[in-house]
Each structure stands twice: as C-alpha cells, then as structure tokens.
Design a protein around this ligand. Structure first.
Ligand code: ADP
Length: 398
C-alpha cells in the first residue's frame, strides 16, 4: 500500500509517499511560494539520500502537484513507475467543525460538508480543499481521505469545550473550543499509552511545542481538554501568536490604535508571542541564543512561555485528577532541553522529577527524561503527523 500524504496550504504543498504498514517513507518534499515569485520545489528519497531542490515557476497548486507527480515517477530518481501505483491520497484538513469526529472518505457531499466549516478556518480550509480537488483531477479514480486537525479533540466534554458566552453563540454560530494539532496529540498520546503498557486507565499530558503550540489532556486515550480554541490563537504563547489574553485587551488596543478587524487579527496572530516580546525573531533558537548572551527581553519571553506551559500542565493534571506521563513534542519540545526543563521546574510537588543529565543528551526518537523515583513519567516523543494521516487513509480504504 502506498499512500500519498498531502498537506496543502495557501501557498505551499507538503507531500510524502508512505507505506502505512511498514512506515517506510519512499519520498518526501514540498512546493513553496506557490503563486508567488521565487517558487521552490524540494524532493528527497530517504532510502538513497537523493535530494533535489529546484526553483521553478509554480503559478497554481495544479502546476505544483504536476511537478510532484512527475518527479515521483521520473526515470532515475523516481520511486514509482507509474502514478497508478499510488493507492490512495490522505489530506490534512484543518477544521472539521462538530460534524467530523474522525477521518473520512472524501466525495462531493463530504467536501460540501467541510466547506460549510470554512468560516471557522478561512485561511486553512479552502487551501486544504484545493489540494483535494487538484488530486482528484490529476490522479483520477483513486480514493481521497480527509484527516482533520480538530477530530481527535471531539471527545472533549461540554464543560471543557463550551465558552461562557451567551448560549446562542454556540447554538447559532458554533462558537466553542475545537482544538488543533489533533493528529500529533493522537499519535503522541497513543505512543505514550504503549510506553505505559497500555493500561485500562491512563492520564497523559501532551505538550506539542512548535511555531504553533498546544497542550492536551488525554484520559484513557481520549482528549478531554486542549489549549487551542475556536481558532489556533488560544492557549500557549507561540512563535507569533499571543495565546491567552484578556479578550477585552484586543478591543482596547483596536480602539486606541484605530485598527481595523484585520489589523488587530494580524497583531495577535503574526506580531505577538515570542516575536512580540523579543522583537528580533519568532524562532526559538534565536531566542535561546539571545537569552544565553544576556538579552533581557529574550529571557522575559522565555520565562513567560515556560511559565504558561507549566501552569497548563498543572491545571490539566488537576482536571484529570493526576497525570501518569508528560510528553514533549514538536520542534521545540523535541529539541530544546532548557525549555523542557523550565516547563516542569517547580512541579516536584506533583511528583514530577526531570533527570537533568538525560534531558541534556541529544537523542532521536522516544526518550524517557524522568528520574527513576519520579511519580510521573516524562518523555520526549518525535511526532509524526504524516504517518497518522497515512494510517487513517489506509484504514478507511482497505
Ligand atoms: P511548525 O509549527 O511550523 O511545524 P516546528 O514543530 O517545526 O514548527 O517547530 C519550529 C520551532 O522549533 C522553531 O521555533 C525552532 O526554533 C524550534 N527548534 C528547532 N530546533 C530547535 C533546537 N535545537 N532548539 C530550540 N528550538 C528549536
């Protein structure tokens, strides 16, 4: 079985050709700056370390996908002889609203159902669906499956997903917490349960820390709360997103600075978070380097970020009545030992003890970071959202 996994953004298309049973990745790459001057195409064959990087005009997603398919089947560095060898296509879809609680085979009716949620994710959903329609056109006759970022969190109870706004805003406008990064939270919490020996009852906290960041509380394998909300703006402090603030602060700034709706939205989504406080970069490596060289603003941003992660961990432990394992994943969670350490600092009262020596060692894969006496296991786990998409696709089409 060969599944082509597509993650289509408004100006990018990431792809992987995967065997979901053996987890072998045949090829991986991306098309960047689609429709923008300076389009770039990347292609890699992990088995042979073959890499290709070219600059080529990609005016629309159609040209981008054509280039992907031509390269996958090219003589020499291609990994399949014919595009018909692709058994199915799995798509990352950001927002499934309340209708889609699991992955789904895509047809015209289902696509219309996903489109009905476009209002909730105006930047992401239309781009994701463009990937679907382009694949249906260029790889005809093959099943397409949609895997939603929101689906894993649909098990949250109403007390966790409801906002204390007038009930009509939920009933009529569907305003509630949905949560995102669901494929990553699903994959990491699934691995965590395996590492715990698949007990009947388990309490796991997953910290997905990348440019976008979210935490989830996963009880007995089901998401019971998560930090992102109606949109991916709520929750933790992120690369450029503010996360939790007093909603009245946005109205205050908008009025005082005479901003449009779009401008205050951009301020909170693109100019806040690490970038907003540190001002020089939104990248965590730059932030840590600057803090290590004595930059006080960088240190403040780091302190704010980890203080919030720690507070969320403790609050989710309280919400679940305990925690068996805390997992760190995503670019920051997998790579930054100092952010992991600061995020659990002071949680010894809950029985959380990090092994500083093991935490400091760079090692790939799943690594246990807690001491032998820690009541709560701490792990770093490499996330794999594409594999979840490929597996779900396989399950649905097999
Ligand atoms: P995205 O949300 O875009 O998928 P990633 O999960 O790739 O993001 O994470 C990107 C973040 O990970 C960036 O802030 C980057 O600086 C950070 N990161 C990557 N490697 C390291 C590292 N060695 N130390 C600290 N931060 C790192």
């Amino acid at each position: 079985m060969k599944v082509l996994v597509i993650n289509c953004g408004s100006s990018s298309l990431k792809y992987q050709l995967i065997n979901p049973s053996t987890e072998e990745v045949f090829a991986i790459g991306l098309c960047d700056r689609i429709g923008i001057p300076g389009s770039k195409f990347e292609y890699e064959v992990p088995a042979t370390d073959f890499e290709l990087e070219i600059e080529q005009d990609l005016p629309t997603h159609k040209e981008a996908l054509e280039l992907v398919l031509n390269t996958l089947t090219a003589e020499g560095h291609g990994v399949i002889g014919d595009i018909q060898e692709v058994d199915a296509i799995g798509h990352r879809l950001v927002h499934g609203g309340e209708e889609f609680t699991e992955s789904v085979l895509l047809d015209a009716k289902v696509i219309a159902g996903v489109e009905a949620n476009n209002d909730l994710a105006p930047l992401h959903n239309p781009a994701n669906l463009l990937g679907v329609t382009t694949c249906m056109e260029l790889i005809p006759g093959k099943p397409n499956v949609g895997v939603f970022d929101t689906a894993f969190h649909q098990t949250m109870p109403a007390k966790a997903f409801m906002y204390p706004l007038p009930y009509a805003d939920y009933a009529e406008l569907k305003v509630r917490k949905y949560g995102f990064h669901g494929t990553s939270h699903k994959y990491v919490s699934g691995l965590a349960n395996e590492l715990l020996g698949n007990p009947e009852h388990s309490k796991v906290i997953v910290c997905h820390l990348g440019n976008g960041a979210s935490i989830s509380a996963v009880k007995d394998g089901k998401s019971v709360d998560t930090s992102m909300g109606l949109t991916p703006l709520q929750g933790l402090m992120m690369g450029t997103r503010c996360g939790d603030i007093d909603p009245a602060a946005a109205l205050f700034i908008k009025a005082k600075r005479n901003l449009t709706d779009k401008e205050i939205d951009t301020r909170m989504n693109k100019e806040s978070g690490i970038l907003g406080i540190f001002e020089k970069s939104s990248d965590c490596r730059d932030l840590e380097n600057a803090a290590n060289s004595g930059d006080e603003r960088a240190q403040l941003a780091l302190d704010m970020m980890t203080y919030r992660i720690r507070a969320y961990i403790a609050s989710y432990a309280a919400a679940m009545g305990g925690v068996d394992m805390i997992c760190f994943t995503g670019g920051i969670g997998e790579n930054s030992d100092s952010i992991r350490a600061k995020s659990v600092e002071g949680l010894e009262f809950m029985g959380v003890e990090l092994d500083a020596a093991v935490n400091g060692v760079r090692k790939k894969g799943s690594v246990k970071l807690s001491t032998a006496t820690s009541k709560v296991a701490i792990y770093k786990i490499q996330t794999n959202e594409e594999l979840v998409i490929a597996r779900d696709t396989f399950e649905i089409v097999k």
